[in-house]
Design a protein around this ligand. Structure first.
Ligand code: FES
Ligand SMILES: [Fe+2]
Length: 608
């Protein structure tokens, strides 16, 4: 019966997706379509309009009337729809040729898809209450105050925000660093002449472009006076971006004052240091606003009772896929099987949205704890571990880990993640385990879904453009995807669907389609910028060379001594060979460890 209903319903749709859906599913798992009871989110459009049409895949539905059960037909006597109300919809399917007309509808596609799935044979649909405590779109946020100094609202300006650009401990103060954020090429450098909070020195960020002939300042150096010097013709800039020296200028006459021209200035951006990260405000024109609106702060990152390690990693997929992935606890048992979870642990997740507004959303995963998205850069998920009974009786408090993800848009198809998991238990572990060893393990986790995300992003692009293409392409029927829905809704409603990279964002480093190993590269995306890993890999490579050299030398030395009659070959030969063998095997073993700093593949099908 279920199968008949499913196929029968499918015939109402001319879209290929629906047909394919029916053919692919084995009959044992086909459920009645549409489902007998279906949750519908109330959209503002639905409550204000009495008729509309919309595209569903390649089919169009025209809904001619929409009214409460028992409500009069008088258009002047309409009530607002609310949760729990039953409504009557009269609808008809129209030709796919009317796609254009459907697209121009003002009704949210996501809302309509929900409605289309819920349409019953008699044209009745029931609005049912969402999970208790969840805030419906358009309702008042439960915990966050929408009237706070919101970063955007409907006119969200991506550049008018703080973005983390580097882990402070990993930036070498003697070297300028090239960083691209939101399509803007920047140079970050340490200005030892700056005084910040009474301390000498401070971070400076300029547009990575010399005003002379546009050479990248990140290829420059810190000169003897502590200024940033362009390496092309030697112009030098102080911490306020003023040009202080043009070596080619005459000492007398009009050229002598050329360095004080406004056109000789570099372009500075506000910076600050918080939670171990260097932050930059990307719109210099609104620097005053930057001072009034600091970046979101994570108290645990500055609390000495929490241990933590802050890490950076670049990815070959865009900001939206990065955010989705880190808000998605349900992928852990599969995408990270055998590394941090196990396929057998998969199951329903209880996630409740508590509030959505222009600043992001607040939600909760049960029983782990609260989640918070402070748009556009910070997502945190609390994991509260209650105390054992005997500890609770003694008044002991529970343990806590806070998963912190700082998410940055680099350029289209590129993103950068900063992450830390401050925890208030087993804090000695971080002092015991070398930082680079932690990073190697975390790379395995991050790499095991890298290809999936890189390709899924391309699939979404294939599904067509538009700020809400996700709502046409995704089918997310379970509570496990609630964070994703809330994030996508924020991005569509407030963020314009995608980060605003400006008219000409810095192009991705590789023009050609990179291969699998290039995509999974760890050296460029992490190791070379990480103080711990770069030092570790240098030392391991030196040790490897030493072992290889020692292995050959020991055999050569004993052979020479034996042939000269200094030692007996029978007495020392076996020891020399054994020593050489141990060294050679160790050098070979190190090769595998060193490789982990460069690249390592993860093939899901081979992980048992
Ligand atoms: S381009 Fe920088 S000094 Fe010439
Ligand atoms: Fe590292």
């Amino acid at each position: 019966m279920a199968q008949v209903q499913a196929l029968g319903s499918c015939r109402k749709f001319s879209g290929w997706s629906t047909q394919r859906h029916c053919r692919v599913l084995p009959s044992s798992v086909i459920t009645p379509f549409p489902p007998p009871s279906h949750r519908l989110r109330i959209s503002k459009s639905l409550s204000r309009q009495s008729s509309y049409s919309q595209q569903h895949r390649r089919s169009c539905f025209s809904v001619s009337t929409c009214r409460l059960s028992g409500e009069s037909k008088d258009p002047n006597n309409k009530k607002e729809l609310s949760s729990g109300d039953a409504i009557k919809l009269k609808w008809s399917q129209t030709s796919p040729r009317k796609t254009q007309q459907c697209r121009s509808s003002s009704v949210g596609v996501e809302a309509f898809q929900e409605q289309a799935r819920g349409l019953q044979g008699d044209g009745t649909i029931t609005l049912s209450r969402e999970e208790e405590g969840e805030s419906l779109p358009g309702s008042e946020p439960a915990q966050k105050d929408a009237n706070q100094s919101a970063p955007g609202g409907h006119d969200f300006q991506w550049a008018e925000n703080w973005y983390p650009i580097a882990v402070e401990r990993d930036v070498r103060k003697e070297l300028p660093l090239a960083v691209t954020i939101l399509g803007k090429p920047l140079v970050l450098w340490w200005d030892r002449n700056k005084r910040e909070k009474g301390q000498p020195g401070g971070w400076r960020a300029f547009l990575d472009m010399c005003p002379h002939r546009l050479a990248p300042l990140s290829e420059g150096r810190i000169d003897e006076a502590g200024r940033l010097q362009c390496s092309y013709h030697g112009w030098s800039f102080d911490g306020d971006a003023r040009c202080q020296s043009i070596p080619q200028a005459e000492k007398e006459g009009p050229q002598a004052a050329a360095h004080s021209s406004p056109r000789a200035c570099a372009q500075p951006f506000p910076t600050l240091l918080q939670n171990g990260l260097v932050w930059v405000w990307l719109d210099p024109a609104t620097a005053d606003t930057a001072l009034k609106r600091p970046p979101p702060h994570v108290p645990e990152m500055d609390d000495p009772s929490f241990s933590k390690d802050l890490v950076a990693r670049d990815f070959p997929y865009g900001y939206d896929f990065l955010v989705e992935n880190l808000m998605d606890p349900s992928h852990l048992p599969f995408a990270h099987h055998g590394i941090m979870s196990n396929r057998s642990r998969a199951g329903p997740l209880r996630i409740t949205l508590r509030g959505e507004n222009p600043r992001g959303f607040v939600a909760e995963q049960h029983p782990q704890g609260k989640a918070d998205f402070s748009a556009p850069v910070l997502f945190t998920q609390d994991i509260n571990i209650p105390p054992k009974e005997k500890d609770a009786a003694k008044g002991g408090s529970g343990k806590k880990i806070r998963l912190c993800f700082w998410l940055t848009p680099v350029s289209p198809g590129r993103s950068r993640l900063f992450y830390a998991f401050p925890q208030n238990f087993v804090t000695w572990l971080f002092a015991l385990i070398p930082r680079w060893l932690l990073h190697i393990r975390q790379h395995s986790i991050l790499d095991s879904d890298l290809m999936i995300l890189h390709l899924a992003e391309k699939r979404l692009q294939r599904e067509g453009g538009g700020t809400d293409n996700w709502s046409r392409a995704y089918f997310m029927p379970t509570a496990a995807d609630r964070y994703i829905v809330a994030f996508r809704r924020w991005l569509t409603k407030h963020g314009g669907g995608q980060p605003d990279f400006g008219p000409q964002p810095e192009p991705a480093p590789t023009a050609a389609q990179p291969g699998r190993m290039e995509l999974m590269d760890r050296y460029e995306s992490h190791t070379k910028h990480c103080s711990s890993c770069s030092k570790a890999v240098r030392r391991l490579e030196a040790l490897q060379k030493g072992l290889a050299f020692g292995s050959v030398s020991i055999v050569a030395l004993v052979s020479a001594l034996a042939s000269g009659g200094v030692v007996k070959a029978q007495a020392y030969g076996p020891y020399a060979l054994l020593g050489a063998l141990v060294m050679a095997v160790s050098a070979f073993g190190l090769k595998g460890v060193i490789q982990k700093f460069y690249v390592e593949d993860y093939i899901h099908a081979l992980v048992k």
